[in-house]
Design a protein around this ligand. Structure first.
Ligand code: FES
Length: 137
């Protein structure tokens, strides 16, 4: 869609993805400015209501970025988040919003470049999908 600039919200674990985003900035690694980062203590803290509410409040895309599997400070927070994201993707598909608008990524604090790639990747994806049906209403 011409002129459409996606609004993407990234819930980033303080112990990894948030630092990776910070590192991308320190490295002056350019990435899409469409991503608004929200710092969370662990991806295990995020529940489906919060993710749904983020869409309701106008996000076109949402991603959750947590520690690498096996590295979660709370053992299984990122595994729980992965299951929640997967279940919600299904619901988003069923409701017509589109499960592709939601994604989960795992990365370490040292993966600044990867964070930038993810931000670009999600921006491209959501740009192709167009504005969220919730935002259009
Ligand atoms: Fe990072 Fe749990 S502490 S995902």
């Amino acid at each position: 869609m011409k002129g459409f600039e996606p609004q993407i919200v990234a819930f980033c674990c303080l112990n990894c993805a948030y630092s990776a985003a910070d590192l991308a900035g320190s490295m002056r690694r350019q990435y899409a400015p469409n991503v608004r980062i929200i710092e969370i203590p662990c991806t295990g803290a995020i529940d489906q209501r919060v993710l749904l509410q983020t869409f309701e409040e106008g996000a076109d895309g949402v991603f959750v970025a947590g520690c690498l599997e096996g590295d979660c400070r709370y053992q299984v927070g990122n595994i729980r988040a992965k299951k929640r994201v997967k279940a919600l993707q299904k619901i988003l598909d069923e409701t017509g919003l589109g499960g592709e608008r939601l994604e989960m990524f795992n990365l370490s604090a040292a993966m600044g470049n990867r964070f930038a790639e993810i931000a670009d990747e999600m921006t491209r994806r959501i740009r192709c999908l167009g504005p969220s049906p919730l935002r259009r209403k």
